[in-house]
Ligand binder design. Structure first.
Ligand code: ASP
Length: 309
């Protein structure tokens, strides 16, 4: 069953013309993560690689392609967590870097803190030699178009948020049984300046514990935080539920209790995995034992040989 990697490309509703790119993006990221695991690499290296690839892909709401805040600017959140030590690192409202997930890992590895925010996160990035990139290089025509549309006086913000998709995340178990998670996002469309969502908050945007498993979440951040979705799902697994049942229980509770929609990827220490969501769609992909699994709509589950010759 080991190793395994599962990635998601965000819960929401994706326009038809963009769905193919989302699916191919998550499949490619899952393959990249699995290549690391196959070579004996750690689950942490695998999830950071998979999420970095998705941050670099303009089809997703993370890194390049992030949604814009109300002022038309990019502020990003990311987290990583190591299930062996329960060490974690996060950044919030960070600007002008290409790969927030890599900065989150540096926070975990090089500081005694769990999260750095805004200006402090930027100063830390500079101190670590992380290259600064222009804001323009992170903004796509699509994200600018949606920002403008949502500023219009007659815009329907609810409908507009439902059209948003593309937060990215990954969970993995390596051959040694070590478990990790990573999540990265541009946040919610036209959010207030300084708004921080669930993604960098431990137990909300992600959680990993070698004894239980790992979860990376996506969806309405304010709802995810109310129910600490990632930790809630692991609590259900602790109580004996399967990865799939625990994920569904967590998502159903968030929907019934606070009206929130979202999605998750989940693994347990044995390498069982699930990709579940309450939104209309969530692009996801997993690789295990040389098989690539992927889907976009509820109930969809395609498979393909991961080593076609
Ligand atoms: N959870 C993210 C946030 O609220 C958004 C998303 O997953 O689509 O920032």
């Amino acid at each position: 069953m080991l190793p395994v990697v599962v990635v998601h490309g965000g819960a929401g509703h994706i326009p038809k013309e963009r769905s193919e790119k989302s699916t191919s993006g998550v499949c490619s990221a899952a393959r990249a993560g699995y290549t690391i695991l196959q070579g004996g690499g750690s689950s942490m290296d695998a999830v950071v690689e998979a999420v970095s690839e998705l941050e670099n892909n303009p089809s997703f709401n993370a890194g390049c392609g992030s949604v814009l805040n109300v002022k038309g600017e990019v502020e990003m959140d990311a987290i990583v967590m190591d299930g062996k030590t329960l060490g974690s690192g996060a950044v919030s409202a960070v600007r002008n870097i290409a790969n927030p997930v890599q900065l989150a890992r540096l926070v975990m590895d090089k500081t005694s803190h769990a999260c750095l925010t805004a200006e402090g996160a930027s100063l830390f990035a500079q101190a670590m030699g992380v290259p600064q990139v222009s804001q323009e290089s992170l903004i796509t025509d699509y994200s600018r178009m949606r920002w403008k549309k949502n500023l219009a006086p007659d815009a329907n913000p609810v409908a507009c948020q439902m059209g948003k998709m593309g937060t990215v995340g990954a969970v993995a178990v390596d051959s040694e049984g070590n478990i990790a998670c990573a999540t990265s996002t541009g946040g919610m469309l036209n959010k207030m300046e300084g708004r921080v969502g669930d993604t960098p908050c431990i137990g909300c945007g992600g959680y990993a514990d070698n004894k239980l498993g790992a979860v990376s979440t996506t969806g309405h951040g304010e709802a995810i935080m109310k129910v600490t979705l990632a930790r809630l799902i692991l609590f259900h697994m602790e109580q004996g539920q399967s990865v799939e049942a625990a994920s569904d229980l967590g998502l159903a509770y968030m929907k019934s209790r606070v009206g929130g929609l979202g999605g998750v990827v989940t693994v347990d220490p044995q390498g069982h995995w699930a990709a579940r969501f309450s939104s209309l769609q969530m692009a996801w992909a997993a690789v295990q034992k040389d098989t690539l699994h992927y889907g976009l709509y509820a109930g969809e589950h395609f498979t393909q040989d991961n080593n076609p010759h």
